[in-house]
Write a protein that binds this ligand. Sequence first.
Ligand code: MG
Length: 253
Amino acid sequence: MRRFVLPLLLLALSAMPLSAQKVCAHRGYWQCPEAGYAQNSIASLRLAQEGSFWGSEFDVHLTADSVVVVNHDPSINGIPIHTSTYRELLRTHLPNGEFIPTLNEYLHQGAKSSCMLVLEIKPQDSVEATIALARQCVRQLRAHGLLDPSRVMFISFSYDACKWIGANLPGFGNQYLEGKVEPEKVFEDGINGIDYNWVAFHKHPDWVSRAHALGMTVNVWTVDDPEEMRHLRDLGVDVITTNRPDLAVELSD
Ligand code: MG
């Protein structure tokens, strides 16, 4: 009888789907007609929430009058954000007709679902301005009841911003984006995760297990090809950030 147990067990395990990969929508679900292809818009965030993805990523900048706005580039339709007031930015629109959202407006929508908010702190003109931006983000997250590691995590290309988050919010997901620094060095500086471009993982596939050995989390951006998504899932990355979350949602085969 016992000789049948192992094969039956293996058969049962092989029939079980792997747990679904955590999928994060890049800049909201912006490559979607319903969002008007407007990245970092309220409409794109809402679609990511309705799609039940694990998370939705977005980017923030600080205006000249210290308003935090949600936008990828440091300018919008040719108007520079850092040297303009928020009112001046309202002369232009996103492709879907929305005004550039303030962080306050964005978090109002963000609080409506359990979708993880992956907040990218964009490097500003100086380290001081970048840290001022991080402080404002924390204040506003708290005001919306979202300053909770199960609701928000931080990512940044600014090593200073990541170190500041590590020192001030040690229990929160906090990932450095550069992809040129080994996980051990990042960990040594109090940063608990890496979120590298998929090319970095091709060059250094061992970085995933090395980061995990330190208790760090590992995300990857921006992967839009299902084969590549499977490859990275098999490497063990925790979260795949993609412009095509519809392609990644069922990575269980
Ligand atoms: Mg981003």
